[in-house]
Design a protein around this ligand. Structure first.
Ligand code: CA
Length: 147
């Protein structure tokens, strides 16, 4: 009976992962045993997905990051270029969010490969509760859906 319950839980988890396609504004939780009272939240305010940048431009980021039970300075906020098969961490320092959870920073567009780039933002607290979201940007090449 115990084994059956465990299998059911695994099947539920697997299907949850399968349907977990990234959608704008969604908060995918990577750690199953974190509740919404523990997990950080993330909104990518800017740039908008499908924004085009010249390689010599700076990309202005604005994020809203909150956590119900973790001070903002204890959160780890990182950016990854997920365009390739393996994510590459981007060399970007994200300032500690203010009391409203807002943090802004800039990044040279040429940190990304030319063409389409999928940039994923990760937020993790010291307990390992995390969330992430991603957007698609175009650098130096105007490829749909960028305009
Ligand atoms: Ca937390």
């Amino acid at each position: 009976m115990h084994q059956l319950l465990r299998t059911a839980a695994l099947v539920t988890l697997s299907s949850a992962l399968l349907v977990g396609c990234p959608t704008e504004g969604s908060n995918d939780d990577d750690v199953a045993d974190c509740t919404s009272a523990q997990r950080p939240t993330l909104t990518i305010v800017s740039p908008d997905t499908a924004t085009y940048f010249d390689a010599d431009e700076m990309i202005s980021w604005s994020l809203t990051v909150t956590d119900p039970d973790t001070p903002p300075e204890d959160l780890s906020i990182t950016l990854q270029d997920n365009s390739g098969s393996q994510g590459t961490e981007l060399d970007v320092d994200v300032p500690v969010p203010n009391a409203q959870g807002q943090t802004t920073f800039t990044m040279p567009a040429n940190l990304l490969e030319e063409g389409q780039a999928v940039v994923r933002v990760f937020v993790e607290d010291p307990e390992g509760c995390s969330t992430n979201d991603q957007i698609l940007l175009c650098v130096d090449e105007l490829i749909a859906p960028c305009e």
